[in-house]
Design a protein around this ligand. Structure first.
Ligand code: NAP
Length: 308
């Protein structure tokens, strides 16, 4: 028999959808993915999630979300969805060879930060290497840091980080920014921001915390070292939507297109969180959308059973 609702993905959006769907007695099946908990599993302390005045570690917050979802009867499977077929109902979702059917589906597969891929980056993630200024900027009061990237995110993060850092150096691989003029101007006019053009990071240095970066000028091939305590990588995000390509309407960057809150281009399939939202990208906004998606799914399912 088909599930009432299958939730794909288990960050703040998916787990909040699960809490609401479970409490609506929909007995949701969550397929949590191999990166269960989502991007918050990669952060250290979360200080801006309301309700935790002393802050909470990202993984602990997600463990709490998960317990709350399970408490009301969510069944959680630790696998990656490998294929979907939304062309007819019930919708089909595959994990390898195993097929699951759902009368409705909520997609909350999130987005992944794009990383530079240099030595030291992985090891020091959460220890000076971050992809989220809003989350981690506060820890860099009076420190010198770099922001990598030349788009609007890099400008926004660099400008925001000047509230805390003593100096912010933007490291960009070309000699002009991709960012909009107004955002670039705001960053360039900020006395705490300096730019290293035509420059790439070749290594992030540090044992237990970042102590510096090794740079290379791509025009002159000159190598240099810069002592910094933070590296903010702002070179874009990639929505996790590969398996939905051809099944749902995606925008030019691969994000799921929704209308009327969480409805996707296929009736009965809903989406919430960073897989939809490239603007706010916060745990609290994702959780809010997750709640909306469960309520939308519940109402939609009810209307199917009782069209009047
Ligand atoms: P983006 O516009 O794609 O810019 C990514 C930047 O990272 C580019 O400058 C790119 O360099 C650089 N980059 C990519 N891969 C790199 C690598 N491996 N090593 C070094 N540098 C690399 O991404 P985004 O800034 O995250 O913005 C995404 C979207 O959100 C955009 O549409 C943006 O306008 C929007 N956004 C808007 C606002 C706002 O209006 N408030 C704020 C944030 C984002 P190249 O330039 O050389 O390609």
């Amino acid at each position: 028999m088909a599930e009432n609702v299958i939730i794909i993905g288990s960050g703040p959006a998916g787990l909040t959808a699960a809490v609401y769907a479970a409490r609506a007695d929909l007995k949701p099946l969550m397929i949590e993915g191999m990166e269960a908990g989502g991007q918050l599993m990669l952060t250290t302390e979360v200080e801006n999630y309301p309700g935790f005045p002393d802050g909470i570690m990202g993984p602990e917050l997600m463990e709490n979300f998960r317990k709350q979802a399970e408490r009301f009867g969510t069944r959680i499977m630790s696998s990656n969805v490998t294929k979907v077929d939304f062309s007819q109902r019930p919708f089909k979702v595959w994990v390898g060879e195993d097929e699951y059917e759902g009368d409705s589906v909520i997609i909350s597969t999130g987005a992944s930060a794009r990383w530079i891929g240099v030595p030291g980056e992985d090891k020091l993630r959460g220890y000076g290497v971050s992809s989220c200024a809003t989350c981690d900027g506060f820890f860099f009061r009076d420190r010198e840091i770099i922001v990598v990237g030349g788009g609007d995110s890099a400008m926004e993060e660099a400008t925001f980080l000047t509230k805390f850092a003593s100096k912010v150096t933007i490291v960009h691989r070309r000699d002009e920014f991709r960012a909009s003029k107004i955002m670039a101007r705001r960053a360039l006019d900020n006395p705490k921001i300096e730019v290293l053009w035509n420059t790439v990071v070749e290594e992030i240095v540090g044992d237990k915390a970042v102590t510096g970066v090794k740079l290379r000028n791509v025009e002159t091939d000159e190598a240099s070292d810069l002592a910094v305590e933070g590296v903010f990588v702002a070179i874009g995000h990639i929505p996790n939507t590969n398996i939905f390509d051809g099944q749902l309407e995606l925008d030019s960057e691969g994000y799921i297109v929704t209308t009327d809150h969480t409805r996707t281009s296929v009736e009965g399939v809903f989406a919430a969180g960073d897989v939809v939202d490239k603007v706010y990208r916060q745990a609290i906004t994702a959780a809010g959308m997750g709640c909306e998606s469960a309520i939308d799914a519940e109402r939609w399912l009810e209307a199917q059973h009782d069209p009047e």
